[in-house]
Design a protein around this ligand. Structure first.
Ligand code: HEC
Ligand code: HEC
Length: 161
């Protein structure tokens, strides 16, 4: 009887040890892939200035407040800035300067900015047309977004690491 209990205790300890090892190594692998889209203090400052300049106009449509909005029309201006930081930047693992020259935000001088507009259109087509046409999916409203493909990288992976 005692021997049986001892065997169980040993097995349980081994199981717990195995679980801990696998979960820590899992955490490390996912940790290594976590996007590092931290803004430099300089860009943080610029973002803070952009937000400050919006004071009182936060909820006006982006196209009224900014100079060259072709796509995100109707989006509240303050939300546009959050999309820049948390949506586009984080999902690609880049900071503002991947798509902009800082302080010339309205210019279309970096290809990535125009590509982004086309990527948004592609994502909308996938969600609005292609996913909708697939029957028997688990979600009632299945979606993909930038993170689904990019996962913190500029060039989405085509094979597992
Ligand atoms: C992956 C590309 C991408 C990243 C990263 C990005 N932006 Fe943008 N940004 C865009 C696009 C595209 C537009 C234009 C949207 C449209 O046409 O509706 C835009 C528009 C803007 C505008 C409006 C400019 C105007 O007057 O028309 C501001 C301000 C801006 N971005 C600031 C930022 C800041 C600050 C960051 C970093 C926190 C940032 N963006 C990161 C792609 C990006
Ligand atoms: C269905 C998958 C998919 C989705 C969803 C997607 N992308 Fe992409 N994206 C790609 C692929 C594939 C490339 C091309 C990479 C290469 O150059 O081979 C790419 C390239 C890009 C580039 C150019 C990268 C560079 O070299 O500067 C930008 C910018 C970009 N995507 C932004 C976005 C944004 C923003 C979103 C969300 C609105 C988005 N993408 C959604 C698959 C996707």
């Amino acid at each position: 009887m005692r021997k049986q209990i001892l065997v169980r205790v040993v097995m349980l300890t081994a199981l717990l040890f195995w679980l801990e090892v696998t979960t820590t190594s899992l955490a490390q692998t996912t940790g290594a892939q976590t996007p590092t889209a931290q803004l430099s203090s300089d860009l943080k400052q610029k973002l803070a200035e952009l937000n400050k300049a919006l004071a009182g106009r936060e909820n006006e449509p982006a196209e009224k407040v900014f100079k060259n909005i072709q796509l995100l029309k109707g989006m509240p201006a303050s939300r546009l800035l959050r999309v820049m930081e948390n949506g586009y930047g984080k999902s690609l693992g880049v900071d503002c300067t991947h798509c902009h020259i800082a302080d010339a935000w309205e210019k279309d001088d970096k290809p990535a900015k125009q590509i982004t507009r086309e990527m948004v259109a592609m994502t909308q087509a996938i969600n609005g047309t292609h996913l909708k046409a697939i029957k028997n999916l688990k979600s009632a409203t299945p979606v993909v977004n930038c993170t689904t493909c990019h996962r913190g990288q500029v060039k989405p992976a085509t094979s597992l690491p």
